[in-house]
Write a protein that binds this ligand. Structure first.
Ligand SMILES: Cc1cc2nc3c(=O)[nH]c(=O)nc-3n(C[C@H](O)[C@H](O)[C@H](O)COP(=O)(O)OP(=O)(O)OC[C@H]3O[C@@H](n4cnc5c(N)ncnc54)[C@H](O)[C@@H]3O)c2cc1C
Length: 204
């Protein structure tokens, strides 16, 4: 990896909370196998998007303890999202600029991840229902995670737009210096407060 040999074990392979209770030993890195079928005969390896050739994947993955005799049903690849250029095409209500009766939900809107896609589905659903009831469609407050994703979708530079997971970098900048340790708590309080007001004020 261009970011250093240790990069991968600080991502999905980070062994957080996986200390062996008998020996107290913390593994160097772990591979999470996610069950794919009810019979438990198919598992996928979490976080293994890769450009390695299938032969190399087989050779390397077979070296992992327990996978020596694994049969590979599918190999890793790089997944690419299908998404629109939201900053150019979308309003902060998830309506399209050209046709306000058309709303975009989910990953297609330009977010990444399960929760983020669901969140954009929720907002598109709320606004579709409001349009149907002849009520004004809404933009969620930017201090909330929902609103921060909308900021990303609608205020990014359209020339370099890429989908994003939700992260603190998408929230409004601090107006003054705040100690790092307090930031999460303050953000959560502000966000909850803004969300309560938004929901109550708009009868959502
Ligand atoms: C390999 C892989 C691993 C991932 N791992 C994670 C992860 O660990 N954590 C995480 O948060 N996110 C992960 N993601 C991303 C996450 O899966 C997506 O962001 C999320 O599923 C998008 O949800 P969605 O409902 O917007 O779209 P989708 O889940 O793609 O749903 C769209 C649906 O629309 C259907 N459809 C398409 N065209 C039509 C049509 N013309 N008519 C009717 N139906 C249609 C499709 O069949 C599909 O069911 C992963 C993605 C991939 C590909």
């Amino acid at each position: 990896s261009g970011r250093g040999l240790e990069t991968l074990r600080y991502g999905p392979m980070k062994p957080v909370g996986l200390e062996n209770p008998r020996t107290g030993e913390l593994p160097h890195a772990v591979v999470q196998l996610r069950k794919e079928n009810r019979q438990g005969t198919l598992y996928n390896m979490v976080g293994f998007q890769t450009k390695l050739t299938q032969g190399e994947q087989q050779r390397i993955f077979r070296q992992l303890p327990g996978l020596g005799k694994a049969a590979f049903a599918r190999f890793g690849s790089i997944h690419r999202n299908t998404f629109i250029c939201a900053p150019e095409l979308l309003l902060p209500t998830l309506q399209t600029r050209k046709n306000p009766q058309l709303l975009v939900a989910g990953q297609l809107s330009g977010v990444e991840g399960y929760v983020e896609s669901t969140a954009m589905g929720l907002l598109a659903g709320i606004n579709a229902a409001r349009l149907q009831q002849k009520r004004k469609p809404l933009r969620p407050p930017p201090q909330t995670a929902l609103g921060a994703l909308i900021t990303h979708l609608t205020e990014s530079d359209p020339r370099h737009f890429q989908p994003s997971n939700v992260n603190f970098g998408l929230f409004p900048a601090w107006e003054q210096k705040v100690a790092k340790l307090l930031r999460g708590q303050i953000r959560a309080e502000r966000s909850r407060e803004a969300m309560r007001e938004w929901v109550a004020g708009n009868r959502i």
